[in-house]
Design a protein around this ligand. Structure first.
Ligand code: BV8
Length: 244
């Protein structure tokens, strides 16, 4: 994949770079994307169905076990070269905002210090019914009960039909409209409102660059489309930035 010189020049000249990552950015670490079938037992379930408050209330044990399976899988994998390249890109940029739709904490484990978690974090727990502190809940139960109100403990992620955390939404929107370069990496641009961030950036004059092996609904609106894996393209991009 030849990276256009204009992309390198645009990144070098940028005052503010905003990056949005999706499940594809974790694919080379071995985390299945949302579009791929789940493995084994979970193959029969549609993530879009399970990742909802309705599914949790209908069968709290099943949904809790799905998250326990995903937590275990994620804890066994490592950040990939794409995650590490984004740490380096942030270091050499004037201003850099990393927004992720992923809940796997792999950006942080790679060393990214400032990550806007648009859809929460799979390793966080919270009380389904309130804002209780569930820190000392018995996580062996499936699902645990809130030690304060007796309600269910749920994973600290944003389910379909739930609002994006207001601080994450504000940080992401502000960065999208202010940035000079917006990079959409490893996302099918299928889930809203995350998918609207690239539009906001473009409407405010940013150069939008998509990195994805496949075409997405965002591809035709991106100024540049780098067709390939993030774990391959991002290290090459950082190498070009460092040496040209
Ligand atoms: C909300 C946490 C207000 C849970 C997730 C319009 C406006 C607003 C809302 C909506 C709207 N239209 C519809 C909605 C509702 C809904 C929605 O978007 N539905 C979709 C299905 C159409 N949105 C919401 O409900 C959001 N809330 O808007 O609140 C509201 C409230 C009530 C009613 C209306 C509005 C909340 C959405 C958050 C859902 N939670 N995650 C969990 O993880 O369990 S989303 C979840 O799915 C992931 O976090 C991820 O974000 C998403 C999957 O998307 P991707 O990350 O893009 O992954 P995907 O598998 O799709 O694609 C991977 C890509 O990577 C592919 O393109 C592939 O080619 C590429 N790839 C593969 N390998 C590589 C690669 N790329 C690079 N390198 C590689 N190696």
């Amino acid at each position: 994949m030849e990276i256009p010189a204009e992309v390198v020049a645009g990144l070098r000249a940028a005052r503010h770079i905003c990056v949005l990552t999706g499940a594809g950015a974790s694919a080379e670490s071995g985390v299945p994307t949302f579009r791929e079938a789940q493995a084994g037992l979970w193959e029969q379930y549609d993530p879009l169905e399970l990742a909802t408050p309705e599914a949790f209330l209908r069968d709290p044990k099943l949904v809790w076990q799905w998250y326990a399976w995903r937590r275990e899988l994620i804890s066994r994998v490592e950040p990939n070269a794409g995650h590490h390249a984004l740490v380096e890109l942030a270091r050499i940029s004037r201003q850099f905002t990393l927004v992720t739709q992923n809940v796997d904490e792999l950006h942080q484990r790679a060393g990214s210090e400032y990550v806007v978690e648009f859809h929460g974090n799979i390793f966080n727990n919270r009380c389904f019914d309130g804002n209780c502190d569930v820190g000392d809940a018995d996580t062996e139960a499936s699902p645990p009960k809130c030690p304060h109100c007796g309600g269910y403990v749920r994973p600290g992620v944003v389910w379909f039909g739930e609002q994006i955390p207001s601080d994450a939404l504000e940080l992401a929107n502000n960065a999208a409209v202010a940035c000079d370069v917006f990079m959409s990496i490893g996302t099918s641009s299928h889930v809203w409102p995350a998918a609207g961030l690239a539009d906001a950036a473009r409407q405010n004059g940013a150069m939008v660059v998509e990195i994805n092996p496949d075409v997405t609904s965002q591809s035709s609106h991106s100024r540049y489309r780098l067709a390939g894996k993030s774990g391959v393209i991002l290290p090459e991009l950082v190498r070009l930035l460092a040496h040209q």
